[in-house]
Design a protein around this ligand. Structure first.
Ligand code: DU
Ligand code: SF4
Length: 223
């Protein structure tokens, strides 16, 4: 049985034809045992009483798309989970497989787009199609205080989702690392550079910079 919060319609979702086709093209070149290979929409997971919600961009081909759990099994997760553990937000520093026993504390994790995109770049239409699942999660996290979006695209997507129910101007919410805003709903919205391999290699984000936003998220959640 797959771990995660299974939302209505997610398991068999095929609203994005480009992503479904891409997925079908991957297994041939993925060097993994077929029975271990997720290769499907990836559900969010974590503490359903969480005050903090971390939203990434989309599953990585060697990470979540392979293991079936966000940020599990690739470089972004190898960077992130030890820092989440240091911050007291998860039970162990290593995230290797969906059944590795890792649990999140006061934290829930999902991605803006739930199917692996070519070159890690979802289209605007794909962000939009997948907003329905963010919406469902929002309704199923009753203790939510802080939304932490990784990367400008995930951050903007969250604002656009808010625009469906509230009047807000994107220009009032410029993105930068560790940016912090109060949303019309009363929730805090934080932005962070994404913990992608590219950003890590180029030094755009490092452990101290990510810990900074985690500490800010924890402080705002407790406020
Ligand atoms: O059925 P379950 O996924 O083991 O979750 C039971 C319980 O634990 C539920 O209230 C969510 C919470 N939880 C958690 O705190 N952290 C996790 O990573 C997964 C589940
Ligand atoms: Fe469905 Fe989201 Fe996957 Fe598109 S990305 S097919 S909306 S689960």
């Amino acid at each position: 049985e797959l771990s995660g919060m299974w939302l209505a319609g997610l398991r068999d979702c095929c609203r994005c034809p480009r992503l479904v086709a891409y997925r079908q093209s991957i297994p041939a070149r993925a060097p993994h045992r077929p029975q271990d290979y997720h290769n499907a929409p990836v559900a969010g997971f974590g503490d359903e009483q969480a005050r903090i919600w971390l939203i990434g961009l989309a599953p990585g081909a060697q990470g979540a798309n392979r293991t079936g759990r966000p940020f599990t099994g690739d470089g972004a997760g190898d960077f992130m989970y030890p820092l989440l553990h240091e911050a007291g937000l998860c039970s162990q520093p290593l995230a290797t497989a969906a059944d590795d026993g890792l649990r999140l504390h006061d934290l829930y994790i999902s991605n803006a787009v739930r199917c692996v995109p070519p070159a890690n770049r979802p289209t605007t239409a794909e962000f939009q199609a997948c907003q329905r699942y963010l919406q469902q999660e929002w309704q199923r996290l009753p203790c939510l205080r802080v939304v932490l979006a990784l990367g400008r695209e995930s951050f903007l997507n969250l604002l656009r989702l808010q625009q469906q129910s509230h009047v807000l101007r994107l220009a009032d919410y410029p993105f930068s690392h560790a940016c912090c805003y109060r949303l019309p709903t009363g929730h805090w919205l934080l932005g962070s550079y994404h913990t992608s391999r590219y950003n890590l290699n180029t030094g755009r984000i490092d452990a101290a910079a990510f810990r900074q936003v985690l500490d800010l998220a924890r402080k705002l959640a407790a406020r």
